[in-house]
Write a protein that binds this ligand. Structure first.
Ligand SMILES: [Zn+2]
Ligand SMILES: [Zn+2]
Length: 715
């Protein structure tokens, strides 16, 4: 073979296309116009198209052309591949140059490329059209929540043609289809295991997704029949909890009016059963509930037995003890300490007229406390009557008769105490519920005095025929009270200490406030200092209050806040709370017995803790009237009707849900009481509560005593 150097420059070019012989300097064939030369692909020297080797660098031009041809073929193959991947633009780009080739050597390639390009463009257009149709159908199916259709439509759209939004629609539909598949699998398993509760729940979910699916609807119907049958058989056994469980598993699509009635009936019966099971005292309300329970479940023997037992307890109960309520089965242990009981019938001495207490158990205690102080008894000797005002009242020698007048926000309550030869007797009483409690929301636009005046005038007219002294109470919520401890110092210095304490704790000027201060005895061991109670009220409030009373015709001898009046009542009623005698055998290191009192009025709740040496109370502005608002709102009745329903919850259409808010509100009150007591015990760690007494009209609200005081409900 010749070496490259020996190859001579050609003297003429024969056209490869038409075989015409052209002279060496010609660029295009004189016979057909085809170009005759191109640059050598290695050295760029001009070479003829039909030349076998480059005259300058010796490159094998035939071989190079063969390689070019193969390269073009590869591009064609790649274009087909990209087309299959729906990457049409890429495919077209690959072959665009090929179809433009104007070279007789690559004519077949150029023709193939041109045909391919047309096919690809056609395919591209048809696929795009098809994808567009599928996408728009899929969007519609997606709106209709037909996820299986969305998936089948979009899975047939080439991924190259799915934008991000379409991709999201597809993914979401896939997830849902998958979930449905799982639900269907679970449903099959649940049916094979005859777990109808689960079947009901799964069908509910499937029907939520496919509400028109006939086989789910039919299945729901069948399962509903089974569940109702199970519910009824649980009810016969008195197991209303599982009755409700079965009924609630019925898919809503299979729900009927009859089923709704069944649910309300069962939830009522369950609520009744729960009350009878948990309430610690036999109250008339519980008696009514037990009776309603027997009517709900007429074949249930245990309901019958409980109702009879409760009825006979209520009939035969002749209480001579403080708590006028017969005990029922559950425990009455209190979280505060000891047992909790209703302080309904005070046992103090010869009480005399018990009727008022029996008619309104637990509601006259503040009035008694006020009258006691008027007669000079009880622990608290300080009061809120300013010296000037006190002169207006009867200031003869120490009175022997005194009315205690408790002006509540729902009723006016009064007790007349008389003292003869050192013996106290209740000789009269007064109880007049207000037509509208002053704290009722509907009463908010009326001044409290306007609502109170008629009842106060009635009291003055009926009871104040002579100049018997009257001690009136006012709400503790109008006072700020501090329980402090001061060192044992001389009397004059004590007052200075207290004045300093008051000026530090009260931001008002001394002229604008009235202070009731009680100073206890020092600890026998002198470790704790002297306990002091500073109760402070605004003078303006007090003078307005006294004015209202005198407008009604009541001229008072004394004015006390109701919590301090309760302390007087408590220390008199419970002789163990009397001041320390000489025969104290307890050493100071031991715990000091105390009694807790929970008083619930219409507008406030008070927790009081009293021991021999100290007392403490905490009042919150939330009482039984708040319960009326809750019932009114949830049973959609007036506040007045709510008051009736509260007394007889068996008349509630759906007590389980309508009374639930009441229960919740009691637990909120309880939680706040727990915090208050915890703070108090931090200051008085020696106090040990041995019994807990409930009182006030609100404490008789159904469930109040249990939810506020019982141990088991602890939060
Ligand atoms: Zn030619
Ligand atoms: Zn070359």
């Amino acid at each position: 073979m010749s070496s490259p150097q020996e190859i001579a420059q050609p003297t003429s070019y024969v056209c490869g296309n038409c075989k015409t012989e052209n002279t060496a300097n010609t660029k295009f064939c004189e016979g057909c116009g085809h170009h005759l030369t191109e640059p050598c692909n290695a050295c760029s020297k001009t070479v003829g198209l039909s030349q076998k080797f480059c005259g300058k660098c010796g490159t094998n031009l035939e071989k190079a052309n063969q390689e070019r041809y193969e390269q073009y073929e590869k591009s064609l193959v790649e274009a087909v591949k990209q087309t299959k991947l729906h990457e049409y633009e890429h495919a077209l780009a690959l072959i665009q140059n090929l179809s433009n080739l104007n070279d007789y050597r690559f004519r077949s390639v150029a023709e193939q490329a041109a045909i391919a390009a047309r096919k690809i463009e056609d395919l591209r257009d048809r696929t795009a059209e098809d994808a567009q149709r599928r996408i728009s159908e899929a969007k519609k199916a997606s709106e209709e929540d037909d996820n299986a259709k969305v998936v089948s439509l979009l899975e047939n759209v080439p991924s190259a043609l799915r934008d991000r939004k379409v991709e999201t629609i597809l993914q979401r539909a896939r997830t849902k289809v998958n979930e449905t598949r799982i639900l269907q699998d679970d449903l099959r398993t649940a049916i094979s295991e005859k777990n109808w509760l689960l079947v009901g729940g799964l069908l509910q979910q499937l029907l939520d997704r496919y509400p028109q699916e006939l086989r789910y609807k039919e299945l729901a119907q069948k399962v509903s029949e089974k569940l109702v049958r199970n519910a009824k058989s649980s009810a016969v056994k008195g197991n209303f909890g599982s009755t409700l469980e079965s009924l609630s598993a019925v898919p809503t699509h299979a729900s009927t009016e009859e089923l709704q009635k069944l649910v309300i009936w069962a939830s009522k019966a369950e609520w009744y059963a729960d009350q009878v099971k948990r309430e610690p005292f036999a109250t008339p309300v519980l008696g009514r509930i037990a009776l309603a329970y027997t009517k709900s479940a007429p074949k249930l023997q245990s309901a019958e037995v409980d109702a009879k037992e409760l009825a006979s307890l209520l009939q035969s109960h002749q209480s001579a003890s403080r708590c006028p309520l017969p005990r029922w089965k559950p425990s009455n242990k209190s979280w505060l300490g000891g047992d909790f009981l209703l302080l309904g019938l005070p046992q103090m001495h010869d009480l005399g007229k018990h009727e008022a207490f029996r008619a309104n158990p637990g509601q006259l205690n503040v009035a008694v406390g006020l009258a006691l102080q008027g007669l000079g008894h009880g622990r608290i000797n300080c009061h809120f009557t300013s010296k000037k005002k006190k002169l207006l009242g009867s200031r003869r020698k120490k009175p022997t008769r005194c009315w205690g007048l408790d002006i509540g926000s729902a009723a006016i309550k009064a007790v007349l105490l008389a003292e003869k030869d050192g013996r106290l007797t209740i000789i009269d009483s007064f109880f007049d519920p207000l037509p509208t409690p002053t704290c009722r929301k509907s009463a908010e636009t009326t001044a409290p005095a306007t609502l109170l005046l008629p009842a106060l005038m009635k009291f003055a007219r009926e009871k104040l025929t002579d100049d018997t002294s009257v001690w009136a109470g006012f709400p503790s919520t109008e006072t700020v009270t501090h329980f402090v401890s001061i060192p044992s110092v001389k009397e004059k210095l004590t007052q200075q200490l207290l004045d300093k304490e008051i000026s530090q704790k009260v931001p008002l000027s001394r002229e604008d406030i009235e202070v009731a201060q009680w100073i206890g005895e020092a600890d026998p061991e002198n470790l704790k200092g002297r306990p002091v109670t500073l109760s402070i009220a605004r003078k303006k409030y007090l003078t307005d209050y006294i004015d209202t009373l005198s407008t009604a015709g009541i001229n008072i001898s004394g004015l006390q806040c109701d919590a301090l009046a309760l302390i007087n009542f408590a220390t008199f009623e419970f002789s163990e709370l009397a001041e320390l005698g000489g025969n104290d055998q307890k050493s100071s290191s031991e715990k000091e017995d105390a009694i807790a009192f929970l008083s619930c009025g219409a507008s406030s709740t008070t927790l009081l803790v009293v021991s021999r040496r100290i007392h403490w109370y905490w009042t919150m502005e939330r009482g039984s009237e708040a319960v009326n608002s809750l019932i009114a709102r949830h049973a959609k009745v007036t506040l007045e009707k709510a008051e009736d329903l509260k007394r007889n919850p068996t008349e509630l259409a759906d007590p389980a849900s309508q009374y639930a808010m009441v229960e919740k509100s009691f637990l909120v009150i309880r939680a706040r009481l727990e915090v208050a007591l915890r703070d108090m015990l931090k200051q008085n760690d020696q106090v040990d509560i041995t019994s807990t007494w409930c009182m006030g009209g609100g404490s008789l609200t159904h469930q109040w005593m249990r939810l506020i005081a019982a141990q088991e409900e602890s939060s």
